[in-house]
Write a protein that binds this ligand. Sequence first.
Ligand SMILES: NC(=O)c1ccc[n+]([C@@H]2O[C@H](COP(=O)([O-])OP(=O)(O)OC[C@H]3O[C@@H](n4cnc5c(N)ncnc54)[C@H](OP(=O)(O)O)[C@@H]3O)[C@@H](O)[C@H]2O)c1
Length: 255
Amino acid sequence: MRVGFLGTGEITAAMVRGLAGQGHQILVSPRNAAMAATLAAEVPELSIAPNEVVVAQSDTVFLCLLARVAPEVLPGLPFRAGQSVISVMVDAPLAKLQGWCAPATDIAMTIPLPPIAKGGCPLPVYPPSLALDHLFGDRNLVIPLTSEAALAAHMGASALCATQLDQIMTTANWLAGFTGNPDAAEAYVAAMIRAYLPDRPRGGELPEALRMLSTEGGFNATLRAAMAPSRDELRRALDGFRKRLGLPGAEEKPE
Ligand SMILES: NC(=O)c1ccc[n+]([C@@H]2O[C@H](COP(=O)([O-])OP(=O)(O)OC[C@H]3O[C@@H](n4cnc5c(N)ncnc54)[C@H](OP(=O)(O)O)[C@@H]3O)[C@@H](O)[C@H]2O)c1
């Protein structure tokens, strides 16, 4: 497949690395020039081309710009009917994308994360996209959604990453205070948490794991009880995203 990227920043770099070596022809736009040059040196099947050429010569185009520049950059590019367009831009609603990328109609939105470079990244997508499945489905977990609101809610949920990493680092630092080996402490805590997370979750595995960790008076149950207030704080902070994400208020039900 011929795959194009408009905007060659952090997330394009991760997606290109995740696609490399799989027989695709990859085109990236020249900005950011340093990143484009780095990727061209790393990935033999990648070429750098102006935005018009990226769009004209790609079967699938990923929109990886900052949303605020999209209205200046996208209209006027030679999008065509039958071409797949996949936006990763937060804050760019589907109705706007449809206007900017006409006459293309196969337009989807997804939320890649930097670990897509290695695979194993969840990719919630709305509307479902055969192109995304084809390009990234083998190595990542594509999650088709039935509404734009559901995708927005996934955006909110993705904010958990920094909090969880922070807790892992806090625990690793505490451990290293006794072992004197910060790298080994980080490796231990990260591997321990990873061991509880299924590669292809089917649902129900986490509650069962939590039940197994609930021995009364055990270290896990004791720490969880001490941290219980943070559960409500997490809910409140997630709810605080509703307005920004265009989600209904706490008292309203999603349509
Ligand atoms: N980073 C993430 O983890 C992540 C995750 C999910 C979604 N996203 C979304 O992905 C998008 C890109 O994020 P990012 O982190 O990759 O940002 P970034 O590193 O700032 O990349 C944006 C790129 O757009 C380029 N650009 C600006 N004007 C352009 C133009 N006229 N034509 C072509 N390219 C142009 C910039 O080039 P210059 O540097 O030369 O200005 C830069 O390379 C954002 O909408 C973001 O919300 C990011």
